[in-house]
Unconditional design. Structure first.
Length: 709
């Protein structure tokens, strides 16, 4: 059975339409084998729902088919995140009573599963053939006991059978809050006015920084603690950890580099004479062979001059680029347009992607053929007939998609294929998952040379001897700094020229440490949050690239109000501003009968002007954000002096000299669409964050897989 290999060629299909990477569940099998004979079946909980080992194992057996090259540590971290996301979303779907049917199951299998694009399961028209697939399953089940390949394929099917209903529940649940994110006309009106109404003010500013020295303001720790308690909702903090991290990067020694260079030179000699470039490159390179043609602008600088003057068959290199040797052979050269301008008329049908049409596919094809016949007879009818298009933007842009690159990245493949294979002025039909398109090629950019390259890349990796020496240095450093403080540890690391960073306020739910950004970040975070962990403890971690990271737990913040030390700088600044604002306001009141110019003279300040200020961008040029000042400028009667305003940079006195209302418009559709786009930007992150904040999530993996301190 060669089906599994066929499916692996389409691994990009594993990207689920709802936007969640719910498939990358991987755990180290060695860790699982260590649990043999132990009654430790549960690895975590999401509220009262357990996450068990079997879920992990099932997902591993599936995902390993497509993720063999991804680092184990990264996949373990991602696996936990994805499992938690899945549990949270399905729990919500079930609470709302969302259910799926067998018909939904087979529709999803035919359109969004890993099987949907496998030619073996398609009919002559390229549509998924359910009967053919069911026949395959029947035959597969008969031979599964005696055929290891069949057994592997059947496990793949078993996982998909379990996963698709989950995918359906999640996608249906997400549609509800996302489609509920809509802007009302009243909200759009207010937003429009905020953007387009403006005011002009005269003002004086008494800067906090200038008067802080005069009044000698001091803030005590007790003042900070009182402020934090008074503003408790603002200063509630999750459990956090502070870490010191010492990094010993994996690097090849000079002797390692010399050995690798000899190997590369030997390969280069054969590369120049081989006639089967794709196979030779695939065999000897660490990067996959790519048969695509590339424009000069898309190539790295060191290849641009080479392709300009080279002939097909010429080889460039080997050269060293950062941590690898690269050699390149020019295998093809031709002329091609970089971009195409096109327009289309979309006729969708029931079941097509993003379609609300009720017509059948056959009806859609008849309509398309009829419109195409009309346009073919009279091409000037194209713009008029765009009114029939199911593209929601057709009325506005007459069906135009503008300029798109010909690299296959912007448009769906079937549409792009039509553009690549036809010339300017061509009108024709293409079928895509969205329905039937009548496409007109409006223009093509001038022809430019494009190049096909066979590239061989060899990384410069350290030898086993070098790796052993690095590990020895890392463990010796830990021993030498046993019970050292964070500052001593970091100073000693600097003396040895080891890289080091300090990361603060890490929370258990984050997947990476921004100052580090390694594939061991998830393991380090889990270690730091183990309930047995104490400040001062260290642990050595090794990334998939062989780098060694020494993690030092410097402090633990329990869930609750932030400590004074954590917020000291922030709250001190707030309290100083408050006290200064009060003192300055009292001083200003002494001159309350003066006009703005008189107050400016009294404080030796200049009256300044700010024009075209508005709510949408509450800033004053040269000063920065001052929302209180902008708000006052719209509420203050014209020509009237304001009371002292405690702004961000100091105390203001303003006088509004002019206000302009937003121009009247009759249609707020464009404003509504713009606001809806903002509301619906990355809603997944917002939904999951809200669910995680509310849920009780327990992670037992440290206890099961990581007993070292």
């Amino acid at each position: 059975m060669a089906l599994l290999g066929n499916i692996r060629k389409h691994s990009w299909l594993l990207i689920v339409a709802i936007g969640l990477a719910l498939l990358a569940f991987v755990i180290d099998p060695k860790a699982l084998s260590n649990l043999a004979g132990k009654d430790l079946n549960i690895i975590g909980k999401v509220d009262d729902e357990e996450i068990n080992h079997q879920e992990y194992i099932d997902q591993i057996n599936f995902q390993r088919q497509f993720s063999r090259d991804l680092p184990e540590t990264f996949l373990r971290t991602q696996a936990w995140k994805n499992l938690v996301d899945e549990k949270l979303l399905i729990q919500q779907a079930k609470k709302l009573g969302i259910e799926t049917s067998e018909k939904d199951f087979w529709n999803t299998l035919a359109k969004q599963s890993i099987y949907s694009q496998v030619p073996y399961f398609q009919d002559k028209k390229g549509n998924f053939n359910t009967a053919k697939f069911k026949s395959y399953l029947t035959n597969l089940k008969k031979v599964v006991k005696n055929n290891p390949q069949a057994a592997e394929e059947y496990k793949l099917w078993t996982y998909q059978k379990q996963f698709i209903p989950k995918q359906l529940l999640i996608s249906q649940y997400l549609e509800m809050p996302i489609h509920g994110l809509n802007t009302t006309t009243a909200e759009a009106t207010l937003n429009y006015q905020a953007k387009n109404a403006s005011a002009k003010i005269d003002y004086i500013l008494l800067p906090y920084a200038e008067y802080e020295k005069k009044y000698k303001i001091s803030i005590k720790n007790e003042d900070i603690a009182t402020y934090v308690k008074t503003h408790a909702p603002r200063y509630k903090r999750p459990a956090t950890r502070d870490l010191g991290l010492v990094i010993l990067p994996s690097q090849a020694s000079p002797k390692d580099i010399e050995t690798i260079k000899k190997q590369v030179d030997s390969i280069a000699a054969e590369f120049k004479t081989t006639t089967n470039d794709s196979i030779f490159a695939s065999t000897h390179s660490e990067s996959p062979y790519n048969s695509n043609y590339h424009t000069e602008t898309s190539l790295p600088p060191f290849l641009k001059d080479f392709v300009k003057n080279a002939h097909v068959g010429d080889v460039y290199g080997p050269i060293r680029e950062e941590n690898a040797y690269i050699m390149t052979k020019l295998t093809g050269k031709k002329m091609r347009s970089e971009a195409t301008q096109s327009s289309h008329i979309l006729i969708s049908h029931k079941g097509a992607t993003r379609s609300s049409a009720t017509r059948s596919k056959e009806e859609a094809k008849k309509i398309t053929d009829s419109l195409y016949a009309t346009i073919k007879a009279d091409p000037t009818q194209f713009e008029i007939l765009t009114q029939k298009s199911d593209d929601p933007n057709a009325a506005q842009n007459k069906g135009s998609l503008g300029w798109t690159n010909n690299n296959g990245q912007e448009l769906i493949p079937q549409y792009q294929k039509f553009l690549n294979e036809n010339h300017k002025g061509t009108i024709g039909i293409a079928e895509t998952p969205f329905g039937y398109h009548i496409i007109r090629i409006d223009d093509k950019s001038p022809l430019k040379p494009v190049y096909q390259l066979a590239i061989i890349l060899k990384s410069i990796n350290p030898s086993k001897k070098t790796e052993t020496k690095l590990y020895t240095n890392a463990t010796r450093f830990i021993q030498e700094n046993n019970k050292a403080s964070l500052s001593v540890l970091i100073n000693n690391a600097r003396k040895k020229n080891y890289q080091n960073v300090i990361s603060k306020d890490i929370v258990v739910s984050q997947s990476n440490i921004k100052e580090l950004n390694s594939d061991s970040d998830g393991e380090i975070i889990r270690w730091a949050f183990d309930e047995e962990r104490k400040p001062g403890q260290t642990k050595l971690f090794t990334t998939s690239h062989g780098d060694h990271i020494i993690a030092y737990l410097s402090s633990i913040q329990v869930k609750g109000l932030a400590t004074v030390e954590k917020v000291k700088d922030e709250v001190t600044l707030i309290l100083k501003k408050q006290k200064l604002a009060k003192l300055l306001s009292d001083d200003i009141q002494k001159y309350s009968r003066k006009n703005l110019e008189g107050l400016a003279a009294a404080f030796s300040k200049e009256v300044k002007k700010a024009d075209a200020i508005n709510f949408n961008n509450p800033t004053i040029q040269g000063i920065g954000r001052e929302p209180k000042v902008i708000g006052a400028s719209f509420g203050l009667p014209l020509k009237q002096l304001s009371k002292p305003i405690a702004g961000e940079q100091g105390v203001f006195i303003i006088r509004t000299s002019r206000r302009r209302k937003a121009p009247k418009i009759s249609d707020y559709t464009q404003e509504i669409q713009a606001n809806n786009a903002l509301l619906r930007r990355n809603p997944m992150e917002t939904i999951l964050k809200a669910l995680k904040d509310k849920a009780k999530i327990e992670d037992y993996r440290n206890k099961l897989f990581d007993k070292n301190t």
